[in-house]
Design a protein around this ligand. Structure first.
Ligand code: ADP
Ligand code: MG
Length: 224
């Protein structure tokens, strides 16, 4: 029996009103992501990649079409219910890391675990920081870490939640080549070890090449 895909988007569209009138950002977007799949979405700046991620994660509401996470539709849910559904299955990594500046590396990784009421949050956070090679940096604050190290803390924070699906928006976009490669390698290691599906928006051809599927966003539509 085929298992339920972790993410399905059907005929997604997004239209916004602009001073010049209605503007279609996205249309006819169909996507299916199975457990453990890796998908890259590339496209020029302004092509709607972040808008698409927002729709796929239920952060934003489409003008048409439908998104399902693990078979459960976002449509018809209010913001709180969408957040609850997203929280059950998804974690995020952002270009600008989005760590909490006045929490240590360890506390940053612990934060979502504590919010979710996980037991042994501190032990789990320690394990995940060590997993990304930052076991000796537990007490460092984000500003005391390099960009590459901050993104590794963000990876530990994301994977500690054991998500079925990780959304990453330009995860290597603020890093130099060496640090970007290290973060990319870690992403794919964690994908393999934990069966976490990856949906990556990226300008980085190396990152896109490593994904099982690669779509380009052109004029609001995904290439086959
Ligand atoms: P990307 O991530 O590919 O660089 P974005 O998804 O951030 O692109 O944005 C796509 C385009 O849509 C941009 O031109 C942006 O200015 C525009 N846009 C995004 N959201 C809105 C909105 N709510 N209203 C008007 N324009 C928007
Ligand atoms: Mg963007």
């Amino acid at each position: 029996m085929a298992s339920t895909p972790v993410l399905v988007a059907r005929q997604l569209s997004k239209t916004v009103s602009a001073p010049e009138g209605e503007l279609t950002l996205l249309e006819h977007i169909d996507l299916t992501v199975q457990g453990g799949d890796t998908l890259a979405i590339t496209g020029p700046s302004g092509s709607g990649k972040s808008t698409l991620l927002g729709l796929l994660a239920g952060l934003d509401v489409p003008s048409g079409g439908d998104v399902r996470l693990a078979g459960e539709p976002f449509s018809g849910l209010d913001e709180d219910a969408r957040a609850a559904l997203r929280g059950r299955y998804c974690s995020f990594v952002f270009q600008a890391f989005h760590l909490v500046a006045d929490l240590t590396a360890l506390e940053n990784v612990m934060l979502p675990l504590e919010i979710a009421g996980a037991d042994r949050a501190r032990d789990k956070a320690r394990h995940w920081l060590a997993r990304v090679g930052l076991g000796k940096r537990e007490r460092h604050f984000p500003l005391q870490l390099s960009g590459g190290e901050q993104q590794r803390v963000a990876l530990a924070r994301a994977f500690a939640m054991e998500p079925a699906l990780l959304f990453a928006d330009e995860p290597t976009g603020s890093l130099d080549r060496a640090n970007g490669d290290q973060v990319a390698e870690m992403l794919f290691d964690l994908n393999r070890d934990h069966g976490t599906a990856l949906v990556l928006v990226t300008h980085d051809p190396a990152l896109a090449r490593h994904c099982g599927t690669h779509h380009e966003l052109v004029e609001g539509r995904l290439s086959a």
